[in-house]
Design a protein around this ligand. Structure first.
Ligand SMILES: *[C@@H]1O[C@H](CO)[C@@H](O)[C@H](O)[C@H]1NC(C)=O
Ligand SMILES: *[C@@H]1O[C@H](CO)[C@@H](O)[C@H](O)[C@H]1NC(C)=O
Ligand SMILES: *[C@@H]1O[C@H](CO)[C@@H](O)[C@H](O)[C@H]1NC(C)=O
Ligand SMILES: *[C@@H]1O[C@H](CO)[C@@H](O)[C@H](O)[C@H]1NC(C)=O
Ligand SMILES: *[C@@H]1O[C@H](CO)[C@@H](O)[C@H](O)[C@H]1NC(C)=O
Length: 561
């Protein structure tokens, strides 16, 4: 049967909106790799030979290059977490970054068998490393998020980070100094943006990683990503979908007209009467749809279903698939925002304009450049390299979302947030991104793509509808009934057999690929960009920015160099 410890775990919604106290509820959502919560605390973890290991949340620091194009620029401290619970000599090292978030909390689940990573480690005798992505959390090349500093925040620098890390890190484990990618197989895995980064890295650095696992990987950069709402429209309760569409198209009609009384009444209905810009008002209603992103097969209750229940259940009776129609839908939706407390939950003590308005350049979420602000860091990537703007559908296509919100709405926010970088709304270089990292055209070996039917990000993945890419033994594409990154969770596999099937296919692929792996110079482990600026030929073999330290010198906790 299942060869791993069963632990009750479920995904925890990432509270993007309120995570850092800076209100910003009317801008694009990052894809976001889910954090898992668990109801059973883990006891002390021991290795296979009985060594008691540090707790999973033990923090380590790596000296990473600030600028891979100019190593003499020096290094910064990049956080990572690690376990060798299942490691046996010859086993692989699994590496994952949670991507565009502060990585605190990810180690507890992703180092363990609560996640597919732990299952792979257990099956393959591997160890696992979680590394924080540059410019998120406490891993910052420069200690602020000003546009000038963010010039080091590119997909390519993040890819180089991964290479430099695996060629130089000395892991606190047996063989820890003999795990360069020429000597030991490294497996890169990730979900969401970091799933895409897995694909992009393996395209960009052929032969560096022995294998990859990419969950809900948004491989294709897309500017106007209105299709974000398509899996939601197709998989949410039919009555709720019908009523939201009817309500939204009416709201758009009123807001596009010139009846000031009707416009004011509509704003008041949602408690947004004092707001100035109608696209902000209608765009704010996307929040109810964005709530879908935190759904998982293991979700007990969710804000999304609370919303649909509020619209569709009247006096204890549920509407048929057609819904109740415009009048009830509008009243019930408005009521959900006001008396139902949704607006209060979103904005807490902030005024609706401060919380949902996007036109004031002095709003803190535009001007605050202090670190550990994942939305600002992510917006930089959005505005420069990937897009993924979550807008209303084109005319003639059913839409859950206002058509008043179109790319210029978000690109204007790019300019307001980074005025030093953008004199006018930027032209996002999605063409360049898709050319460099191949997007949907990725055809490489030993990468497993795992996707979910109900994932709002599906339309940017290898399982986008209408995309005719075959799943092959070299590059399998597994599609289950899951939501966003559901296949990363062991509990989700246990809750849904289609997700379990994807996980088992991935485990089988890993077994096959890693059995074929051999140490070799061809694995390119030895070439490391020399960080020192000295002249003369580059030394062959590994070079390090700092002298090697014995295991005991690995510093613990934040702030210790
Ligand atoms: C690690 O987790 C334990 C138990 O939850 C907690 O007491 C400790 O403060 C955590 N340590 C760090 C560095 O977060
Ligand atoms: C894992 O280690 C055990 C014990 O050394 C060994 O029997 C087994 O073949 C190893 N598995 C893999 C996949 O290397
Ligand atoms: C387990 O293995 C490590 C590394 O080889 C070694 O340092 C340690 O002493 C071993 N522990 C036991 C209990 O054998
Ligand atoms: C404007 O809207 C109000 C409220 O819906 C309505 O009573 C009124 O008849 C409308 N006026 C016109 C000129 O359509
Ligand atoms: C109608 O909405 C309710 C409440 O969200 C839901 O439970 C039910 O499945 C929906 N029925 C149909 C036919 O869409």
């Amino acid at each position: 049967m299942l060869g791993f410890v069963l632990l009750v775990a479920s995904f925890l919604a990432i509270d993007v909106a309120q995570a850092d106290g800076r209100p910003h509820l009317n801008m694009i959502r990052p894809p976001g790799m889910p954090l898992m919560s668990d109801s059973q605390p883990l006891g002390p973890v021991t290795s296979r030979n009985g060594t008691v290991l540090p707790p999973f949340n033990q923090t380590y620091w790596f000296d990473q290059l600030i600028d891979h194009n100019n190593p003499s620029r020096g290094t910064f401290k990049q956080r990572f977490w690690h376990t060798w619970q299942f490691y046996e000599p010859g086993g692989p090292v699994l590496l994952m970054t949670p991507g565009e978030v502060n990585a605190d909390g990810y180690a507890d689940s992703y180092l363990s068998t609560k996640a597919i990573s732990g299952q792979i480690a257990q099956q393959q005798n591997g160890s696992v490393v979680i590394i924080e992505h540059r410019f998120y959390g406490l891993s910052n090349p420069i200690n602020d998020l000003k546009a000038e500093s963010l010039k080091y925040h590119t997909i390519q620098q993040a890819i180089e980070d991964l290479e430099y890390f695996i060629k130089n890190v000395i892991l606190p484990q047996p063989d820890g100094d003999r795990l360069t990618p020429d000597k030991a197989p490294w497996v890169l895995f990730g979900g969401s943006y970091s799933g895409a980064l897995t694909s992009w890295t393996m395209v960009n650095k052929p032969d560096l990683f022995a294998a990859g696992y990419a969950s809900s990987a948004v491989v294709e950069a897309i500017l106007n990503f209105w299709r974000y709402f398509e899996p939601i429209r197709e998989h949410m309760p039919a009555n709720c979908s019908a009523d939201v569409q009817v309500a939204i198209s009416h709201i758009d009609e009123v807001f596009s007209g010139d009846n000031k009384t009707a416009i004011q009444e509509m704003k008041d209905l949602f408690g947004l009467g004092e707001m100035t810009h109608l696209d902000d008002v209608a765009g704010a209603l996307r929040n109810n749809l964005w709530d879908w992103q935190s759904l998982q097969p293991t979700s007990q209750n969710s804000l999304f279903y609370e919303f649909c229940d509020a619209l569709e259940v009247k006096d204890g009776v549920s509407a048929s698939a057609e819904g109740w129609g415009l009048e009830h839908a509008l009243q019930a939706w408005g009521n959900f925002w006001t008396e139902g407390g949704y607006l209060q939950r979103l904005c807490r003590n902030n005024s609706p304009e401060a919380c949902l308005g996007t036109y004031d350049p002095n709003q803190p979420f535009y001007t605050d450049t202090s670190i550990d602000n994942n939305l600002r860091s992510w917006m930089w990537i959005v505005c420069n390299e990937v897009g993924y703007l979550q807008e209303g559908a084109p005319k003639g296509h059913p839409s859950l979302v206002t058509r008043l919100v179109q790319p210029p709405y978000d690109l204007r926010q790019c300019q307001l947030m980074f005025p030093e970088a953008f004199e006018k709304p930027p032209k996002v270089d999605i063409k360049g991104t898709n050319k460099a990292y191949k997007g949907w055209d990725v055809r490489i070996e030993n990468i497993f793509f795992a996707n979910g039917m109900r994932d709002p990000w599906r339309e940017a993945t290898m399982s986008a509808e209408g995309l005719d890419v075959k799943s092959t033994p070299e590059q399998p594409i597994g599609l289950g009934d899951g939501f966003h990154c559901s296949d990363l969770s062991t509990a989700s596999g246990l809750a849904d057999p289609t997700i379990l099937a994807v996980q088992q296919a991935a485990l089988a692929s890993m077994k096959r690929w890693l059995a074929d792996w051999k140490p070799s110079a061809a694995h390119d482990g030895a070439r490391v960009p020399a960080p020192a600026s000295g002249s003369g030929p580059k030394p062959e073999g590994r070079t390090k920015p700092a002298p090697r330290k014995p295991l005991s010198a690995w510093s613990k906790g934040a702030g210790v160099a």
